[in-house]
Design a binder for this molecule. Sequence first.
Ligand code: KIV
Length: 273
Amino acid sequence: MSDYLYRNVNKVTTNILQLMRNQDEKIAMLTAYDYSLAKLLDMAKIDVILVGDSAANVMAGYKTTLPITLDDMIYHACSVVRAVERALVVVDLPFGTYQGNSKEALHSAIRIMKESGADAVKLEGGIEVRESIERIISAGIPVMGHLGLMPQSINKFGTYAVRATDPKEAEKILSDALVLQKYGCFSIVLEKIPAHVAAQITNELTIPTIGIGAGNQVNGQVLVLHDMLGITQQFSPRFLRRYHNLSEEIIRAVGNYIEDVKKCDFPNDKEQY
Ligand code: KIV
């Protein structure tokens, strides 16, 4: 594997992400929700691990991210933090824990930081959530923003289709990105927007942008781990590159185990006491 400028840092911090952006080194981010996979991601030297509220879909089988609770997110975050030494660990604030008022937002963010030991929180939204962002950051908690397709707003959008195809929405996302930067976000996720819109936002910001379905003129990329490993099968958007087909391998391995048990081939002499 080629040598990256920041590959050998002991701990990725928000300052390191800014240096990576300044020196044009792309940021690699993936989701994780449990100890074992987070440990593998950290061993592979992923820069950022997102304990995403996509855990609602991937871990719990909900149709949307709305049902996952703050307690659920803290449970996943604790499991990930126990595994990780190097990566920056960012945890999603779940739906309903920060939009209402900024005091509640701060309380939610403090619970995540105190109870899990994570490094930062992420939340969805633009100018509407600026007070929450300001209050959380003033307590010393780094905040990552999230614009474009915001899955917590699926009931407002009505669809998971690509956002900002009309210039008005693209303009709004750009102005929201500038607000998030002004209020102190250290980075912004841009989800499912046209590549040229993401490129323009990235050019106008000084903080790093991290894209998912937002082209490659952004400062980094994020994917849901279970999607890129091919564990989940139903979800196949255009932006998703599958790096493996683990579901097939798991089904084959489990099938082999069942066979071995049924025909009394497992355990053999060497596998017993
Ligand atoms: O929850 C999540 O996994 C996310 C990513 C898709 C960015 O927010």
